[in-house]
Ligand binder design. Structure first.
Ligand code: COA
Length: 379
């Protein structure tokens, strides 16, 4: 056996691989900026359309720019009939697998697929932002035996998603929560899925490849999959009184509490603060305050973990919001993905504009120079 002598950075923890102007995270105080604007302002003052423009183009839009961007998004919502066929063929897969497959297949129908210029990449980013909700909603309906609902160009992005999903106009308050949720998920630096997207882009593969990769990486429970797991946990706990025993048993058994901990935040994830308020208000409005109560008790039991920098993250309350809005559990990560398309696009544009192949190394720890033994001589 041999072991090369190298400096290892397992998990790339604390390793900076490039510069960005897309977003800034101060994990010690729980601060998040998109293009210099605080997420706390954007969450309450902006819309997903405006935030998506900001993330992709770097500036808040003027009224005219926003209107043009919004028209472009609305005009791009439809899917080619062949993509609906792809969704039908893959209807039994997890919604994230269907989203990944449909985004990949959309490359066959986009006039700009092979064009990696900034302008074309942004045009594709706008189209994929608009198409992602149509894919997710169409799949959800098709697997339930219903016809897909056509996108409605008279309503905003969040309203359109809920309308395509449920086949009826949503309560404006529900749509406003999804709009805010999309704002809170729009960009988050070089997390695992954006890193995956950048690795694809660094080989000069195109945006469809990069976003297909981003969706694939986001699926795991250590990343976007946590929201679904948190809601499952709340259901298993079942009542506020059970929260303490459940959390202690799980931690004593070496398990993790989903929706807690973060590679960068060692304080409260600022996105979770907004989602916490929304989950509370929504629970009361829907006459189901119990879920919030259970999660609140989980936070109390996890209090000692704060000393180790383990706080609730973005996924802790988002699942409860989706659940209370009647959205099926396995669609939760897809909602995260829909919101994140602008962020992945911005990361890919940055990668293309100052490209370097992302190709780290692995330390070899296996045997060296072994003698090949013919198969008839092996015992
Ligand atoms: C997100 C996550 C993968 C980040 O992990 P990381 O930066 O690689 O940190 P580690 O996995 O090395 O964990 C560091 C320590 O904190 C503990 N820890 C981290 N998250 C924890 C959690 N959710 N519950 C209990 N303990 C946790 C680990 O057990 C580890 O303890 P140890 O040092 O005694 O072994 C991790 O916090 C996690 O698995 N969280 C749950 C899933 C989740 O909510 N993901 C969504 C992220 S937005």
């Amino acid at each position: 056996m041999t072991e090369e002598k190298v400096q290892l950075y397992r998990g790339l923890r604390e390793v900076y691989i490039d510069r960005t102007t897309s977003s800034f995270i101060d994990g010690d105080i729980g601060k998040l900026l998109y293009r210099g604007y605080n997420i706390d302002d954007l969450a309450v003052k902006s819309t997903f359309e405006e935030t998506a423009y900001l993330v992709m183009y770097g500036e808040l839009p003027t009224r005219e720019q926003l209107a043009a961007f919004d028209s472009e998004l609305k005009a791009s919502r439809g899917l080619p009939g062949e993509i609906l066929d792809v969704i039908k063929l893959t209807r039994n897969s997890h919604p994230m697998d269907v989203l990944r497959t449909a985004i990949s297949a959309l490359s066959a129908y986009d006039a700009d697929t092979e064009d990696n210029s900034t302008e074309a990449t942004l045009r594709k980013g706008v189209r994929l932002t608009a198409q992602a909700p149509t894919i997710v909603a169409a799949h959800a309906r098709i697997r339930d035996g219903n016809d897909p609902v056509d996108p409605d160009p008279s309503v905003n992005h969040a309203t359109n998603f809920l309308q395509m999903l449920n086949g009826e106009a949503p309560d404006p308050q529900d749509a406003a929560l999804i709009d805010k949720d999309f704002v809170l998920h729009a960009e988050h630096g070089i997390n695992a899925s954006a890193f995956g997207a950048r690795v694809a882009a660094s080989t000069i593969a195109d945006l469809h490849c990069a976003i297909t990769t981003g969706v694939a990486v986001l699926k795991g429970p250590s990343h976007g999959g946590a929201a679904e797991e948190v809601m499952k946990m709340a259901q298993e706990i079942g009542s506020e009184e059970n929260a303490e025993k459940y959390v202690r048993d799980r931690l004593d058994g070496g398990g993790r509490i989903m929706g807690f901990g973060h590679r960068v935040y060692k304080a409260i994830d600022p996105r979770s603060v907004h989602l916490q308020e929304d989950a509370k208000a929504l629970g009361e409005r829907k006459g189901e305050p119990g879920w919030f109560g259970i999660l609140q008790n989980v936070i109390e039991v996890m209090e000692p973990y704060r000393r180790r920098g383990i706080y609730q993250n973005v996924d802790f309350f988002s699942g409860t919001i989706y659940y209370l809005l009647g959205i099926p559990d396995d669609l939760f990560i897809s909602i995260f993905a829909m919101g994140r398309v602008p962020g992945w696009t911005a990361q890919v544009v940055e990668q293309f504009e100052n490209n370097i192949l992302l190709r780290p190394r692995l330390q070899y720890t296996g045997e060296m120079d072994r003698t090949y033994v013919p198969i008839e001589e092996r015992s």
